[in-house]
Design a binder for this molecule. Structure first.
Ligand code: UD1
Length: 433
């Protein structure tokens, strides 16, 4: 079991889980300096955790990020009969005795990644994941893809119910690029009978990392890193022993922190290629960046310049950095135009940034951000993972004190962001409300 409140490990940072009552109090105006170490990626860890169900045995995940989302996934796996242990950044998952196939709603509703459980079980009962703060997040591609492979799935009173059939190879062409559905079908195809061809797949680093892991476990996958995958089903897979890749969104958030505060910092364990789109935009704002993977150094400008951003699947600008870049643009010189093409309602951070003095107008899925010279501290509310990070960034430069409540959203996806920022010199405190 992953403990709720792990003892701090020597030389590492461990995030104690937040309660809904936790808040961050940030006093803005400090420059940042020093080094931040990037944690393992949430979006890589979650599918790999689900993939442990594909091979009974003991799996070892190094550089494992201790987040509330990975804890929730651990609980889901335990509910299915797995044993999960965490120590010194290593997560061990024993799936030898997994027999149950029902993922309960109270766990699944907090975490969409539970839908990956469908990849292992023909007969499964997985609660339909709910929507997000920024609107519905459909799973039709997961279902249609699995059905093309012979799965018999029905929606019944909020659950996806499948009956026990052996999956077979199929050709599935994604009408839109989907990270989640690509991971789902890739996993399912590894043990299906025959060859599965997936067209127009996602090529996000998390997907490539998952494919690499599966290949090392014995899966036969061709075309990894391209838009077309051919997966030849095998009879069985070996247990996983892997390192979780560094979190590109956490790294990009620290780069944005340097940009907004005009500071110089260095990131350890940062894959520059994974954050190239964000680095290019930050360079356009006036940042100087020296990529030398696995280390990236950045020097922020006195005041960032405005930039235009449109989110797109990898290698485009990630939707997961849209909110944080909006915080940078809020104090930029000039007007920035930011469009989210992936999730068109993902703008819950806008009214909160406006409370801090930002000048932002929304026109459908586009935000027009007129940079202001200064922001002012105020009480604000976190609404989702990346929106929370945007508020933290804005608070780092706002005059006076900003109190960000409902910080449990931040803890779903960032490992000890407050501690890491404090170490860089920011004035950040976690308080109970
Ligand atoms: C998306 C992001 C991912 C990010 C995550 C959380 C992309 C391509 N994906 O991944 O980088 O980490 O949000 O912020 O940028 N869709 C369907 N039907 C489905 C599945 C998805 O219509 O069955 C649509 C979604 O509504 C969305 C698009 O496909 O417009 C991409 O979604 P998808 O990549 O699956 O979402 P996530 O896996 O959550």
């Amino acid at each position: 079991m992953i403990p709720d409140a792990p003892a701090a490990e020597a030389g590492t940072l461990t995030a104690a889980p937040s309660t809904p009552m936790d808040a961050l109090v940030i006093r803005g105006g400090r420059k940042l300096s020093g080094r931040a170490e990037i944690s393992g990626a949430k979006n890589a860890a979650l599918p790999v955790m689900a993939a442990t169900l594909l091979a009974p045995g003991v799996h070892t995940l190094h550089n494992f990020p201790l987040l509330s989302d990975t804890r929730t996934m651990a609980r889901v796996l335990e509910q299915l009969g797995a044993r999960v242990e965490f120590r010194d950044r290593v997560c061990r998952i024993d799936t030898s005795n997994v027999d149950s196939v029902e993922a309960p709603y109270d766990l699944v509703r907090t975490m969409r990644a539970s839908i990956y459980l469908l990849a292992r079980f023909g007969a499964a009962r997985v609660s339909l994941p709910g929507g997000c703060a920024w609107g519905p997040r459909p799973v039709n591609l997961h279902i249609e893809g699995l059905q093309a492979m012979g799965a018999s799935l029905e929606i019944d009173h909020g659950y996806i119910v499948g009956s026990d059939v052996k999956l077979h190879g199929a050709t599935f062409d994604f009408e839109i690029v989907s990270v989640g559905a690509t991971a789902q079908l890739m996993m399912a195809a590894t043990l299906a009978e025959g060859t599965t061809v997936l067209e127009n797949v996602a090529i996000e680093p998390d997907i490539t990392a998952l494919g690499d892991v599966l290949i090392r476990c014995g899966a036969r996958i061709e075309g990894l890193g391209t838009r077309r995958l051919a997966i030849h089903g095998v009879r069985q897979l070996k247990p996983i022993d892997t390192h979780i890749i560094p979190d590109r969104i956490e790294a990009a958030t620290f780069l944005a922190a340097a940009a907004i505060t005009g500071s110089g910092i260095a990131l350890q364990r940062c894959e520059a290629g994974d954050v190239a789109a964000v680095m290019h935009k930050l360079e356009e704002t006036g940042c100087q960046i020296l990529p030398d993977s696995p280390r990236v150094t950045i020097a922020g400008p006195v005041r960032p310049g405005a930039v235009n951003i449109k989110t797109a699947p990898f290698p485009g600008f990630p939707t997961d950095m849209q909110a944080q870049m909006m915080a940078v643009c809020a104090i930029a010189e000039g007007t920035s135009v930011i469009t989210d093409t992936i999730y068109v309602d993902r703008f819950t951070h806008v009214p909160e940034l406006v409370r801090l003095g930002a000048d932002i107008r929304l026109e459908q899925n586009t935000a027009i951000v007129k940079g202001v010279p200064r922001l002012q501290g105020a009480p604000v509310m976190a609404t989702d993972i990346r929106a929370s990070a945007a508020l933290v960034l804005a608070a780092l430069v706002a005059d006076g004190e900003t109190r960000i409540s409902r910080i449990y959203h931040l803890d779903r996806g960032y490992e000890a962001l407050d501690e890491k920022l404090s170490k860089l010199g920011a004035d950040v405190q976690r308080v109970q409300e």
